[in-house]
Design a protein around this ligand. Structure first.
Ligand code: HEM
Length: 182
């Protein structure tokens, strides 16, 4: 059986590409919204997008983790050297951990700071953390530091995927592409 035929199932693929797209928009929006000199309406719109999409990412990641823990990943192609398997595994675990820390720290920063999360407020979901300035400050610092780790790990992940897709052409990329399994 070819490596391409042993890819992830459609649920895993759809969750992967949806979360990827949302993170790739949330990162620059997060960066942009904290810049000086933005007009108030633009800044408000960016914050609303960032906070609400961030919560959607968190919910999708919970679904994804649940799915991943109950469905084994397809085996990597046999020709793949051990060092590449170790780097891939470490990168994937790091991505899960960093995205969770990024999203949870954002949520805590906002709720502990007493700010709205429009989608959750509209649904009547109460804050899961108490109002606390020290907690909000700690979460804010965590959010800022985690993105410094998250960005290089995402770049490594994308770089490796492109290298498999364009240079090695060994079927690894097609384990996750297209978003609907053939
Ligand atoms: C994986 C999801 C997320 C990513 C990738 C992300 C990324 C970022 C980035 C890059 C910044 C700019 C940091 C800086 O330059 O200091 C930022 C800021 C911020 N994020 Fe997120 N974020 C995520 C989730 C969330 C969530 C779920 C919330 C809240 C519900 C949130 C609320 C905020 C707030 C309030 C700021 C401004 C920081 C401050 O000055 O307080 N983020 N985020």
């Amino acid at each position: 059986m070819s490596a391409a035929a042993t890819g992830y199932r459609t649920t895993a693929r759809l969750l992967h590409w949806l979360v990827a797209l949302l993170i790739l928009s949330t990162l620059p929006v997060g960066q942009a919204m904290v810049q000086e000199g933005l007009s108030r309406p633009v800044q408000d719109a960016l914050f609303i997008y960032h906070k609400n999409v961030g919560v959607i990412i968190l919910l999708l990641m919970l679904l994804r983790l649940g799915y991943r823990l109950t469905h084994r990943a397809p085996p990597l192609p046999p020709h793949m050297p051990d060092w590449q398997r170790i780097v891939a595994r470490t990168t994937h675990v790091a991505l899960y951990v960093l995205v969770f820390v990024q999203a949870i720290s954002g949520y805590v920063r906002v709720e502990a700071g007493g700010f709205p999360i429009e989608m959750l407020d509209a649904l009547g979901v109460p804050p899961l953390v108490p109002r606390s300035e020290p907690l909000a400050d700690a979460a804010k610092a965590t959010h800022a530091v985690t993105r410094l780790l998250l960005v290089p790990v995402i770049l490594l992940h994308i770089g490796a995927a492109l290298q498999h897709a364009l240079w090695q052409r060994d079927g690894v990329f097609s384990r996750m592409w297209p978003p609907i399994a053939r």
